[in-house]
Ligand binder design. Structure first.
Ligand SMILES: [Zn+2]
Ligand SMILES: [Zn+2]
Length: 255
């Protein structure tokens, strides 16, 4: 299983892309950086975007991708998958006919370029070749993690979050879990802002990882605010844990 890191940053400046992970060729986790990183041929191959939450750094390039797919004449609709509050926010505030067209009825309602699929929190659903479960986490807006079971091992992508509980319990219940992707947005000195904005610092991450029984599991860290990335990297390195890996844009993680 290849996971291509199209973007893994929590802020956008030149050289830093916001969150998007491409799982194999046809599934995206979040859409912060897709049209700026994938060729037209690669964009046409994407069938599903699993959206963790509606914040702009996680959704912004789906707008341009859907527009591209219409002109590239993709044969099947692109499916945006998430929980109801996230889909509602996308429909109401982005694909609303004002900010951007409602592509779920274009070119016509029978064969649209875009469709939505709503997941119930905690309910497992087969989507494409994976079994997917959305689990709520603790951010400033409704946000989920995705548990993705592939048949050759499972992965968890934790959306933006502060300290949280349920996803760690779920992680402890999965026997073939291979990797967890989790944010570390801010340095320890900004603990108060992390608490205010629903994010983690390295010290907060450490407390979260105490909730995980498997102490050898690979943990991939992302969503750093770039201005503090050197400081965060030093603080993560000081934990002296081989299982922690800081992601980079353009990297491919093999699981
Ligand atoms: Zn974010
Ligand atoms: Zn967010």
């Amino acid at each position: 299983m290849n996971i291509r890191i199209l973007g893994c940053h929590g802020s956008q400046v030149p050289g830093c892309n916001t969150t998007s992970f491409l799982v194999e060729e046809n599934v995206l986790i979040d859409a912060g950086s897709i049209t700026s990183t994938l060729t037209a041929e690669e964009q046409v191959k994407v069938d599903y975007i699993f959206v963790t939450h509606a914040h702009l750094d996680h959704v912004k390039e789906m707008m341009f991708m859907v527009d591209n797919l219409w002109y590239l004449q993709k044969s099947n609709p692109l499916t945006i998958v998430s929980i109801e509050p996230v889909i509602h926010a996308l429909k109401t505030h982005l694909f609303n006919g004002l900010i951007w067209p409602d592509f779920s009825s274009l070119p016509n309602a029978e064969n649209p370029v875009l469709r939505y699929e709503i997941l119930e929190v905690g309910g497992k659903r087969n989507i494409g070749s994976f079994a997917v479960t959305a689990i709520s986490v603790n951010h400033t807006v409704e946000t989920v993690s995705y548990v993705i079971e592939t048949g050759q091992g499972s992965m968890i992508f934790i959306g933006d979050t502060g300290p949280t509980e349920e996803i760690w319990k779920v992680a402890n219940s999965i026997e073939d879990l291979k990797a967890i992707f989790v944010e570390t947005s801010l340095p320890d000195e900004m603990n108060h802002i992390a608490e205010m904005t629903g994010h983690l610092t390295p010290a907060m991450l450490m407390k979260e990882l105490f909730k995980l029984n498997n102490k050898n599991l690979d943990i991939y860290l992302y969503h750093m605010k770039d201005f503090y990335s050197k400081l965060i990297t030093r603080q993560v390195a000081a934990m002296n844990q081989n299982r922690l890996h800081i992601l980079e844009d353009g990297q491919t993680v093999r699981i």
